[in-house]
Design a protein around this ligand. Sequence first.
Ligand code: ATP
Ligand code: NMN
Ligand code: ZN
Length: 309
Amino acid sequence: MHYKVCGCDSEVLHLDLWLQGNPMENPDNKTQVVLLACGSFNPITNMHLRLFELAKDYLHETGKYNVIKGIISPVGDAYKKKSLISANHRVTMAKLATESSDWVQVDDWESSQNEWLETLKVLRYHHQKLASSNPANSLQNAVPLIKPGRKRKQEANRYIPVKKNQLSPETKGVPQLKLLCGADMLESFGIPNLWKLEDITEIVANHGLVCITRAGNNAQKFIYESDTLWQHKNNIHLVEEWITNDISSTKIRRALRRGQSVRYLVPDAVRAYIEKYNLYSPESEDRNAEVILAPLQKYARGCKQEQTL
Ligand SMILES: Nc1ncnc2c1ncn2[C@@H]1O[C@H](COP(=O)(O)OP(=O)(O)OP(=O)(O)O)[C@@H](O)[C@H]1O
Ligand SMILES: NC(=O)c1ccc[n+]([C@@H]2O[C@H](COP(=O)(O)O)[C@@H](O)[C@H]2O)c1
Ligand SMILES: [Zn+2]
């Protein structure tokens, strides 16, 4: 969306208009959505790319949403997951994989942090970035904003509280940022000491979730059994994958270790990159074998009482 000031002499910006998004670029006044997928991407597979296409089709078919962008955010090395190869390689592979997409991009902010970051913090960061690039909120080069009828000046670059529900009037012009995941990630919410209940609540209450079904998982039942998820079920979009395809990074790494072909399971450029640097081997599979996953380390340390999701 580009910043534009209306042509009237009084240099008054019609804020109401902007808060609804630019009608030139959002003619149906649908809710604009950005999808964020967090994960190891060790390595990125065709199925990771499919998640975005499936989610976009689903949201468009509701008639309410316009998906404008997808972001892949590979986790940093400090996550310490077993077999996790360096973020540099994982990010490069994800970039190669998305070269042919005109709407999905890779962001390396998360992976370039020294410490592991909660997914909520990654969502907050990207939400803040979207808010500050929104014309209604980033006004360095603009005339003062005066809302017609109210005559209240808006501050330049005002801070948009990320904690607030994205649907509140204050953030209405900013696209909604939804977390995109597979059903296994949703079900991981129930693993003790992995997620904080307040983080889960904020994710589903303020951002929203688009979850793709996955063999071996029952997302619907999981939502039913959780009071928190049930309460926010309107903000959780469950997408049924009918053309089932259980590609996983684990299976890709296994095939590679055994010298088997992964052609047509990962993009060709990713396959070539893996071969060039011989990225996956029995040794790489043993990386972090003795190390505890960062969130488990962080939350178990506090010996928190078990929480009910
Ligand atoms: N086949 C699939 N169906 C649905 N979701 C998937 C699929 N593969 C990956 N995802 C989702 O993609 C995101 C990133 O996942 P991740 O990087 O862990 O890939 P993975 O294939 O599950 O890897 P691994 O086998 O190493 O766990 C997660 O939300 C995960 O649920
Ligand atoms: N408490 C949390 O925010 C939390 C806990 C566990 C995993 N995660 C994230 O979920 C993703 C899981 O990826 P994997 O399925 O590859 O392990 C990663 O991006 C990781 O950072 C977040
Ligand atoms: Zn996984």
